[in-house]
Design a protein around this ligand. Structure first.
Ligand code: F6R
Ligand code: ZN
Length: 197
């Protein structure tokens, strides 16, 4: 096998998706995502039941500066809070024009995208699929399957993460299980359906 010279080691990563022990992950548990899920009662119950780990991200920053790229390997667990599938916090990039490419490696999920002009849409993210997140677009990932959703996101090194702006208003749409299927609906419609219960 080709030996990688030590000064080039940051330019090559070999993943073994069945054993990720060597990677340094940031972890997000349910308590890190206060106010992200729509159903407050289901959220409180899931916290009381053990505050599960929702996702982990290993970030790679081989070079910094104009034109350089960073990337992260994300692993989002399968599960739900009430009817809403496990999700990531979601963010805009601090440098708003920064776009991102998501590459699905394993599992079944979706991404919610929301542009600054308010246009909101959902796209699938699964093994062998690519989602392009344009600049100026908030993005959140959901796992709608029964296995961990594994993906890589590649973004400009100067993108930065702004969590606050989208946290103030939350995403307009939610992805919930209805009769065994993943359904995208407006957050207020889902909240009304909870009141009716
Ligand atoms: C980076 C990016 C992903 C996310 C990851 C976790 O710009 O979009 O690597 O960081 O999916 O989601 P957040 O950062 O929203 O907790
Ligand atoms: Zn991003």
């Amino acid at each position: 096998m080709l030996e990688i010279p030590s000064h080039l080691k940051s330019l090559f990563v070999q993943f073994d998706l069945d054993s990720l022990d060597g990677l340094k992950f940031s972890e997000r548990r349910l308590s890190d995502l206060a106010n992200c899920f729509a159903d407050p009662n289901a959220y409180a119950k899931a916290i009381a039941d053990g505050n599960p780990l929702l996702y982990r991200v290993a970030s790679f920053e081989p070079r910094n500066g104009d034109g350089q790229l960073h990337y992260g390997l994300g692993i989002l667990e399968a599960g739900k809070v009430g009817a809403e599938y496990y999700l990531t916090k979601g963010h805009l990039h601090s440098y708003r024009p920064a776009a991102e490419v998501y590459l699905g490696l394993r599992g079944e999920g979706m991404m919610l995208l929301e542009e600054e002009n308010g246009e909101a849409y959902a796209l699938p993210l699964r093994a062998n699929s690519v989602v392009y997140v344009p600049g100026h677009t908030a993005h959140r990932t959901m796992n709608t399957g029964s296995e961990p959703l594994v993906y890589i996101g590649v973004y400009p090194s100067n993108a930065g993460h702004d969590y606050g702006t989208i946290a103030e208003r939350n995403f307009q749409q939610v992805v919930v299980e209805v009769n065994g299927a993943a359904v995208v609906m407006k957050r207020d419609v889902y909240l009304k359906s909870l009141e009716a219960k």
